[in-house]
Design a binder for this molecule. Structure first.
Ligand SMILES: [Zn+2]
Ligand SMILES: [Zn+2]
Length: 280
């Protein structure tokens, strides 16, 4: 049993959903109660949640969730696909990150998949916003949560130029190849796998999950998006991070409990979460 589990006073291993959007879950099965979804997660061994910020307008809502629960941490940042909301400055992000519930800056990064539809837009605003987040993270010494979609070279180049390795962080919902994973890890970024790794078509990604050092691995749902097999195409919930962990454990010939212990340790170390958790 790991130190973390001993500290939390629980018998079973605890998984962390290292990336979810709790304010966007479909809570209709629990009459709108977030507690219901989180209790369901706990039954599957999922005991801690990092709720990731997408924009500054909804940020107060997720911060309140963290204030009301000893199992939720949050990040602060504006997603690369968000348009029309308040643009963050370095100073504002640093100020918002002083709340003890905030353990990371993000999600930030580059997304050329969803944003490249408009040919008149060179997306310089996205790269500028990304640099702002990296500068804020360095100023407040917090890790970054990176969203990278069809923008590998620019993302890694900006991380290197801005010396993001000083704070490091996580490449969330990683979908790329082993070479890219190695380049990201060399920049002090851990690799986080979502439900995509459970898809039969995700051969290259399964290979990364199989061969990468498990000490650099995290698991997540990105719920309510990207439900894993066997829930593909349906609403996703933090509980389903258990399926992500089971899939990777299978690939590596490990017990899922062992993978849970290691990835949870990785999470607590990377995000310096030091709350005392009383989950029974
Ligand atoms: Zn993302
Ligand atoms: Zn996300």
């Amino acid at each position: 049993m790991s130190d973390i589990n001993a500290q939390k006073n629980i018998k079973n291993p605890v998984l962390v959903d290292s990336h979810c959007h709790l304010d966007r879950l479909d809570l209709s099965p629990w009459q709108g109660r977030l507690d219901g979804a989180l209790e369901g997660a706990e039954e599957l061994g999922v005991g801690y949640f990092l709720c990731v910020s997408i924009d500054l307008e909804h940020y107060p809502n997720i911060l309140e969730m963290a204030h009301n629960s000893n199992r939720i941490s949050v990040s602060v940042g504006v997603h690369p696909n968000e348009k029309g909301g308040r643009e963050p400055s370095v100073e504002e992000l640093v100020a918002l990150a002083t709340d003890p519930s905030v353990v990371a800056i993000g999600e930030t990064g580059l997304d050329y998949f969803r944003s490249q539809k408009d040919e008149d837009d060179d997306l310089e605003w996205q790269r500028e916003r990304f640099r702002t987040h990296i500068r804020a993270a360095k100023k407040c010494n917090k890790p970054l949560i990176i969203h990278m979609r069809e923008a590998t070279e620019d993302t890694l180049q900006i991380l290197a130029e801005e010396e993001a390795d000083q704070v490091g962080g996580v490449m969330h919902c990683f979908v790329e190849d082993w070479e890219t994973a190695q380049r990201a890890m060399a920049l002090n970024f851990d690799i986080s796998f979502s439900g995509i790794v459970t898809f039969n078509s995700a051969k290259t990604l399964k290979e990364v999950a199989e061969k990468m050092p498990v000490e650099r691995m995290l698991v997540e749902t990105d719920s309510p998006y990207l439900a894993p097999v066997p829930y593909r195409g349906k609403p996703n919930y933090p509980a389903y991070v258990r399926h992500v962990a089971e899939c990777i454990a299978d690939l590596r010939g490990m017990q899922w409990q062992e993978l849970a212990n290691i990835t949870t340790k990785n999470f607590f170390r990377r995000f310096k979460v030091s709350r005392s958790l009383n989950i029974q």
